[in-house]
Design a binder for this molecule. Structure first.
Ligand SMILES: *[C@@H]1O[C@H](CO)[C@@H](O)[C@H](O)[C@H]1NC(C)=O
Ligand SMILES: *[C@@H]1O[C@H](CO)[C@@H](O)[C@H](O)[C@H]1NC(C)=O
Length: 973
């Protein structure tokens, strides 16, 4: 039936694969408890119809996979008493009770309240457990009503007068209508009850509620010997466990009149009666043996419903015939048959055989199938002899109807009997029903993901016959658009690019079939969100198509980017912003929680931004914290709750790069005025940094101090408070005069928090020593070829017998010096302002300039020096010139190249001719300071002029600047 493909695409959901593997089920794992299949309930009482699961293995019993159908069939009607599908009670009689809580425990027993006659009939409990378990149980309910028994009689009856007495026994309001009433007499002589035979029973009368009334009367002519008798009405009915007895309140009394005449008359009458009796017997015997009585036929009885491929019985009742010779034949005439055909016939195997079967030659209905199971058979019940000597029989035709062949076929029961020359018959029309499919809710994945493949499964269960039409629709803008149409094996796919269809099916032993129709497609938000899909099924057993519907809600999982922190390296005590970007989710409703160590600290339901192209949403959530040291052990989470997620998703952030910048104090000295030869301790406090790694270095005038130098001693003391580290570093020295105005510097480098070292300086000024100011230059940036003035003042000089001199390297400078004489200050010290003015040339490049102070009394010397901030300059090389410009062949000439404006002086000049280098030829003049204050020189190469083309190169290298300049000259003669 289904179009099976050789291989499934890889994205067929697991459910489908599961179904496919489960499908060829061999035996149901569902077993019901044994319980009585016949229940009798008293009128107006409650009745329990048992149906309980004894055993179920395989899957779990959930409201979604369970279906229960309690159907009811009586002679007059068929209906559903209780229907439960996928957790919902869809149909229920008001008098029926079955709790959903009980269903889930596997107890599907139905309680009927205040049972009345109309409840009597067959109940069927059908249990379906998806995908493929089914169990059925049938319970017949009989409603019983106890008769009210009333005995009527005269109070006193005189016996011996030949008079009659009548006793009545009235039964009313009982059900079922079968009952038996007897009258018993107990005479004083015998002492035990005797059944009275001369009773008269009217047929039962029906009350409107279906119960019956019946009256049984007995007429007696009691004699004297009956005096003292008791009369009892004994009623047997289904509702009594043992016969119910009611005694008549009658008293027999002897009559007072004489009776001799009456007895004579009695004897005359007696002889007449005898002769009548003899005559009667003779008639009776004749009637029994020779008299032919024609049979009468009832209408053919058939079950309320005849179902495709389910055996059924048709009954033909023939009664009151004599003699006991009879043939009953069954015929079938299908809708398109011209004539009826014999199915089978039955003949009483009596010694008499009548050649009545004129139709014998007629061909029999062909066999139904090879197994022979479905052969239509005629059975007959045993012949019953009636009281009047006639016979009755019922013939039963067992049929196996097929809806396609036998629906609306005509069945005839024909009876042939010697009393009639013509056969008598009855006809009925067969109406064969299919079992309509039961549709379960369309199965869809719990979460339909955006841009992923989806399978919708329409379970169509337990139907027969097998032909089926399935249509898949989609509703868009209120309009139903057909997508796929299936008529048995023929598939018509309106959108083959989008939809594919698969089907699996399996057959049950009762010829019912279940199929799963699966529609496969790719779902996107734009096309499928909130779309309605319909599975419509048409079947011969359905008067109108059955339909199931499902709505698709498309979702898309949110994706979380890693949490960003600003600043990247968070600082203890400083504000830190964490940002979490959540994107590609649908629908838009989302909750973002910020968690610290798994405790929610903030919840947000932010506004989202929708991507117009794919419909997906995104959101950015921020959270501000001020981290403390304790946050080092903390985990921050950005957690999102979304419809598409079973469990929330999150991104994590651990402030593992949390830092604390060191606080570095100024360098302090233990003495306000250090003295030569006295121990001096310089201290610096470095505090509150994290992590612990830190580099501390001391410098003395730009030179790093090694701890193993004897002169200065560095000591460190570390401490830690609340996780933050501190350090006290000291340097101990004994200053000499050389240390005057020396700069001690500390550099603290905490690379975890900053790449820049923190620097603190301390200038050591010895007690009583003059202070030399920092050099001041005018202009601030000296340049070559320009004048520069350098100023420095020496103050705190105790007496006038001092000198102040300028030096360039070791050379004393006198020119351009304008030093003042010692000037007396208000604090009784002297001050000298020194100034040196000179033309800056390339010679000053990297040359030390210093001022020396000399105390002529003590012999103390202090110097202050400076390197001028001058730059190295690359030489400018001119083009090579030839002298003379146009030399003659065989003559001499000179190639000449100017190298100008460079600094420092060192250059290397290499001349080459072609590939050949000129060596050892001192042809470059010593550079001289030029008008720009830089070096310039000329290089010359004497050559012998030869004919043709010659190429000369002059390469100038300046090592300080790493520059190479090359010039080429081509001599063409
Ligand atoms: C099943 O349910 C019926 C009706 O609710 C109850 O009377 C009966 O006891 C239940 N059976 C079991 C085994 O619990
Ligand atoms: C049956 O008997 C009851 C009680 O005697 C009476 O009320 C009722 O009318 C009777 N029904 C019929 C159909 O006679």
């Amino acid at each position: 039936m289904s179009r099976v493909r050789s291989s499934l695409p890889p994205r067929v959901p697991v459910l489908v694969l599961l179904l496919l593997t489960l499908v060829p089920l061999s035996e149901s794992k569902l077993k019901l408890k044994d319980s009585p299949s016949f229940v009798e309930v008293m009128y107006n009482e409650n009745g329990l119809l048992n149906c309980e699961i004894a055993e179920f293995t395989g899957s779990e019993l959930t409201p979604q996979n369970l279906g229960i159908l309690w159907s009811f069939t009586s002679d007059t009607k068929k209906s559903n008493a209780f229907v439960y599908t996928s957790g919902i009670i869809t149909e229920k009689w008001k008098e029926a009770e079955l709790l959903t809580s009980s269903i889930i425990r596997g107890n599907m027993s139905l309680l009927l309240k205040d049972v009345v006659n109309k409840h009597a009939g067959q109940y069927q409990c059908e249990i379906y457990i998806l995908p493929n378990d089914k169990a059925t149980k049938t319970v017949t309910l009989e409603v019983l009503a106890r008769p009210t028994v009333i005995v009527t009689s005269e109070k006193i009856v005189e016996v011996g007068t030949g008079g009659e007495m009548a006793l009545g026994c009235q039964l009313s309001g009982y059900y079922p209508c079968e009952s038996n009433t007897e009258w018993l007499q107990t005479t004083p002589a015998e002492g035990k009850p005797n059944v009275l035979t001369d009773i008269c029973t009217a047929p039962p009368v029906k009350n409107p509620d279906g119960t019956c009334n019946i009256t049984t009367e007995v007429r007696l002519q009691p004699g004297v010997e009956d005096i003292g008798s008791t009369f009892t009405c004994r009623v047997s009915h289904k509702s009594f466990t043992k016969p119910h007895q009611v005694e008549a309140l009658v008293t027999l009394k002897e009559a007072e009149i004489h009776l001799s005449k009456a007895s004579i008359i009695g004897s005359i009458f007696g002889s007449i009666i005898t002769s009548i009796l003899v005559l009667g017997l003779g008639t009776y015997f004749y009637m029994r043996v020779y008299y032919k009585v024609a049979p009468s036929m009832s209408e053919i009885q058939k079950p309320v419903q005849i179902i495709h491929q389910e055996p059924a019985e048709l009954i033909c009742q023939v009664s009151g015939f004599q003699p006991r010779v009879i043939t009953i034949a069954w015929y079938l005439k299908r809708l398109n048959d011209a004539e009826m055909k014999l199915i089978d016939e039955w003949q009483d195997s009596n010694i008499f055989s009548f050649a009545l079967n004129k139709d014998k030659k007629m061909e029999k209905v062909e066999k139904r199938n090879e197994t022979g199971d479905d052969v239509w058979k005629v059975r007959a019940g045993s012949i019953q002899k009636n009281n009047d000597g006639t016979f009755s029989i019922s013939s039963i035709l067992e049929i196996h109807p097929d809806i396609f062949m036998d629906n609306e076929a005509e069945i005839t029961c024909k009876v042939m009997h010697p009393s009639n020359s013509e056969a008598i018959y009855k006809k009925i029309k067969l109406h064969v029903d299919g079992i309509p499919p039961k549709l379960a809710h369309i199965i869809k994945p719990p979460n339909v993901q955006h841009d992923s493949s989806v399978t919708l499964t329409c379970p169509i269960n337990f139907f027969k016959p097998h032909p089926l039409k399935i249509t898949w629709y989609k509703e868009m803008h209120g309009e139903k658009i057909p997508l796929l149409f299936l008529d048995n094996a023929n598939e018509e796919n309106m959108y083959p690019d989008k939809y594919s269809h698969y089907m699996t099916g399996f057959n049950y032993s009762d010829h019912t079939r279940s199929v799963y129709s699966m529609l496969l497609f790719n779902a996107t938000i734009q096309e499928e969100d909130k779309s309605q899909y319909f599975c419509k099924v048409e079947h011969i057993g359905l008067s109108s198509p059955a339909e199931e519907q499902v709505q698709l809600d498309i979702t898309a999982f949110p994706s979380l980017d890693a949490i960003l922190s600003d600043p990247v390296n968070p600082v203890i005590g400083k504000m830190l912003t964490l940002t979490c970007k959540v994107h590609s989710f649908y629908p838009e409703s989302i909750t973002v929680h910020w968690l610290k160590n798994d405790d929610v600290v903030e919840s947000q339901t932010p506004e989202t931004i929708q991507n117009s192209e794919n419909g997906l949403h995104e959101v950015t959530s921020s959270f501000i914290i001020t981290p403390t040291l304790s946050d080092l052990q903390c985990k921050y989470k950005c957690q999102v709750d979304h419809k598409s997620l079973m469990y929330p998703r999150f991104a994590e952030y651990i402030p593992e790069h949390l830092v604390s910048h060191p606080q570095v104090s100024e360098i302090t000295s233990n003495s306000a005025s250090p003295e030569v030869g006295k121990e001096l301790i310089l201290t610096c406090n470095i505090s509150d940094y994290y992590p612990e790694d830190i580099q501390v270095e001391w410098f003395r005038n730009e030179v790093r101090i090694n701890n193993n130098v004897k002169y200065e001693k560095i000591a460190e003391q570390n401490s830690c408070k609340d996780g933050l580290h501190s350090k006290v570093t000291t340097i101990t020295l004994t200053p000499s005069t050389d240390d005057h105005q020396v700069e001690y510097r500390i550099e603290v480098c905490h690379s975890k928090s900053s790449t820049k070292p923190i620097k603190k300086c301390f200038q050591l000024c010895l007690k009583g020593s003059p202070k030399m100011s920092a050099f001041r230059m005018e202009p601030e940036n000296p340049s070559y070829g320009q004048h520069l003035s350098v100023f420095c003042s020496v103050s705190g000089i105790s007496h006038r017998n001092v000198t102040v001199d300028w030096y360039k390297e070791s050379q004393l400078i006198k020119k351009g010096v304008t030093n003042t004489k010692p000037i007396l200050n208000s604090d009784k010290t002297y001050k000298i302002d020194a100034c040196l003015k000179f033309l800056v040339t390339a010679e000053d490049f990297e040359r030390k300039l210093f001022l020396q102070y000399k105390d002529k009394d003590k012999g103390d010397k202090f110097t202050q020096h400076i390197h001028l901030p001058l730059q190295a300059m690359t030489p400018e090389v001119s083009e090579i010139e030839c002298q003379p410009p146009h030399p003659k062949k065989g003559k001499k000439a000179i190639l000449c190249c100017k190298i100008e404006h460079f600094c420092p002086m060192d250059i290397l000049v290499i001349w080459s001719k072609g590939w050949t280098e000129y060596k050892d030829e001192k042809n470059t003049e010593i550079p001289k300071i030029d008008e720009k204050g830089l070096y310039s020189t000329v290089t010359r190469l004497p050559i012998d002029v030869v004919g043709g083309r010659t190429e000369y190169t002059c390469e100038v290298r300046h090592p300080k600047t790493n520059d190479i300049v090359e010039k080429t000259y081509v001599l063409q003669v």
